[in-house]
Design a protein around this ligand. Structure first.
Ligand SMILES: [Zn+2]
Length: 88
């Protein structure tokens, strides 16, 4: 039996719609650099812990939180964590 607030581990493709709401474009193909370990990967490949309130986007290499999406409100927010850089 699952807890009400249990999170699901998915990849970055699962939050494409949330990121679209914030950026106005599909950004899952952009590359992000982890400020913790220097690893670079496209957002689609990130590890995402998703529940009904937030999506925690983690570096696949070192598991640091790159950014968090607060998607429960009418105006979703993105809180930057260890995301050091973004490139196309
Ligand atoms: Zn990292």
């Amino acid at each position: 039996m699952r807890a009400v607030n249990a999170s699901t581990v998915v990849d970055g493709n699962a939050i494409a719609g949330m990121l679209l709401d914030i950026f106005g474009a599909d950004v899952t193909a952009l590359f992000g650099t982890c400020a913790g370990c220097g690893s670079e990967a496209c957002f689609a490949e990130a590890v995402v812990e998703l529940d009904r309130q937030i999506a925690i986007v983690r570096c696949r290499s070192c598991t640091r939180t790159l950014f968090t999406v607060l998607h429960a409100q009418a105006d979703p927010r993105l809180v930057i964590g260890a995301l050091g850089a973004i490139r196309a």
